[in-house]
Ligand binder design. Structure first.
Ligand code: SF4
Ligand code: SF4
Length: 107
């Protein structure tokens, strides 16, 4: 959900934020990066975001209707790198019964 607050597909989707609890894991984040995320939203092992089932605890809204990341400015790297229309996006949308979307064409 990298462009969650910038592009309409993400604002009415949220599928990648509720695809797998192993998805929003920390990768290259350092301690300072993680400290910017509210503690109650970080998993107990500090390895990623807390999830309820497969849904990230930072996701607000209703999947497929209207969603937003409540920690958008400090979200994990993996969340920034997922782009609408990429492989992860298509997998997540398929899982939630949503039609695939085309990747934006970079100019
Ligand atoms: S699955 Fe794709 S369209 Fe949906 S929120 Fe994630 S990046 Fe955006
Ligand atoms: S931190 Fe935000 S962008 Fe990342 S999975 Fe959770 S709700 Fe989605």
């Amino acid at each position: 959900m990298s462009n969650l607050q910038q592009t309409s597909p993400c604002q009415t989707c949220g599928a990648c934020c509720a695809y797998s609890r192993s998805w929003p894991r920390f990768t290259i984040e350092d301690d300072e990066d993680i400290a910017r995320i509210p503690r109650y939203l970080v998993d107990d092992d500090q390895g990623g975001m807390k999830c309820q089932g497969d849904r990230c605890a930072a996701l607000d809204g209703v999947i497929g209707v209207a969603t937003a990341c409540s920690i958008y400015e400090v979200r994990p790297v993996v969340c920034r790198s997922c782009q609408p229309g990429d492989e992860e996006c298509l997998m997540a949308r398929r899982r939630h019964g949503m039609a695939p979307i085309e990747a934006a064409i970079e100019s």
